[in-house]
Design a protein around this ligand. Structure first.
Ligand SMILES: [Zn+2]
Length: 375
């Protein structure tokens, strides 16, 4: 009996994951994760597996009783040590196949007392969650039915903040929250059926679409590979243009509105600083100058630039592979969309220096970055 319930649930969450994962309105560059649970076990999307193509085998099964114990564990006050301890404890909760790593957001999924959770980073929702007036507007649109969590460093600290808020909510409402908005991050939606989750997403997206007036539509950008004649070594260069990108690369002032990351995912894929220059890619001289700028950037920052905004031209991605360059462009173009949508809600609210530094140092995210390239 239980076995059947498990395999049906897993099949359902795999199907829903593919559906949300292949919809660019919900999932950009594979960001987000999903889960299914019974009383005893939770199956969470494995780190580095894409929602778009996930099957039942792309989930990691964890023992919920062991998982719950992490909440009360005595952990280091040093962030790096603490996250390493949590990672090790998470691995001890895995049932069966230990080759996959559970998402770092596993404990958040486990908190919500519903069978299914679909966590995504939709452009429209992040356009609000990365805006100055996000908290006020969410209160106006959704009242006290939803949870709103001000930005908190991801990992164990975020889990503890959400846990407290969920417990408060449960004592007032006598049920778990179905919707959690995470500032400058994304949304958790929970339900006992996939149909309930779909209905909640419809409501949230509908309300946000109504709140953005006049409605915004984004034209698809066009992308081409740039032949760089070895100026950038073995790297792949791809240039994307679109009317929206043109708006934000017009001058240094317009670029300011996308010059700092909005979400941890932005940093995971595009890093936390970007080049803006008037040097193009049309001639060998320009390419040589651009490569020089990129080398100086790398010397200063300690990492290679992933994104160059070329004034009046478009967005240039520098990556190890064609696929990697496409992902970087998708994520940065999403940042530009978020910036544009945020103007309807009081203007952009970027991550702070301290929030950025936390992600930059986070080993877990480095792991995800490495895995994303292999997708
Ligand atoms: Zn997330």
């Amino acid at each position: 009996m239980i076995k059947t319930e498990q395999s049906i649930g897993l099949k359902q969450i795999a199907n829903a994951s593919q559906r949300y994962g292949s919809d660019q309105n919900f999932v950009i560059a594979g960001g987000g994760n999903t889960s299914f649970k019974t009383d005893e076990y939770i199956w969470v999307k494995a780190s580095g597996v894409a929602l778009e193509t996930i099957t039942e085998t792309g989930f990691v099964c964890l023992n919920r009783q062991k998982l719950a114990a992490i909440s009360h564990a005595e952990l280091s006050t040093n962030a790096t040590e603490r996250e390493a301890q949590v990672k090790a404890m998470l691995e001890l909760c895995i049932e069966g196949d230990k080759t996959k790593r559970p998402s770092v957001e596993t404990s958040l999924h486990d908190l919500l007392k519903y069978n299914f959770v679909v966590h995504t980073h939709p452009t429209l929702i992040n356009g609000l969650l990365c805006a100055q007036n996000s908290q006020t507007i969410i209160k106006q649109l959704f009242g006290n039915e939803v949870l709103y969590i001000p930005y908190t460093d991801p990992g164990f600290v975020l889990f503890k903040v959400v846990e407290t808020e969920v417990l408060n909510y449960e004592s007032v409402h006598k049920k778990s929250p179905e919707v959690i908005f995470l500032e400058n991050h994304g949304i958790f939606v929970a339900g006992d059926t996939i149909a309930q989750i779909d209905a909640i997403y419809d409501t949230v997206m509908g309300k946000l679409n109504d709140a953005v007036k006049p409605p915004i539509t984004f034209e698809h950008g066009s992308t081409k590979t740039i032949e760089h004649q070895g100026y950038f070594g073995n790297k792949v260069l791809k240039l994307r243009t679109s009317p929206l990108i043109t708006d934000y690369t017009t001058n240094a002032e317009s670029w300011q509105n996308v010059s700092i990351p909005f979400t941890p995912d932005n940093i995971v894929y595009c890093k936390s600083a970007y080049i803006f220059t008037s040097k193009g890619t049309d001639t060998p001289e320009q390419l040589a100058q651009l490569a020089e700028i990129a080398r100086n950037f790398e010397k200063e920052k300690g990492y290679a630039a992933k994104i160059i905004g070329i004034q009046g031209v478009g967005l240039l991605a520098i990556e190890e592979s064609e696929k990697g360059a496409d992902i970087v462009l998708d994520v940065f173009e999403d940042m530009i969309k978020i910036s544009r949508i945020s103007t309807h809600f009081g203007g952009p609210r970027f991550m702070t220096k301290a929030q950025i530094a936390f992600i930059d140092n986070w080993e877990v995210e480095n792991y995800r970055r490495k895995m994303a390239k292999n997708l």
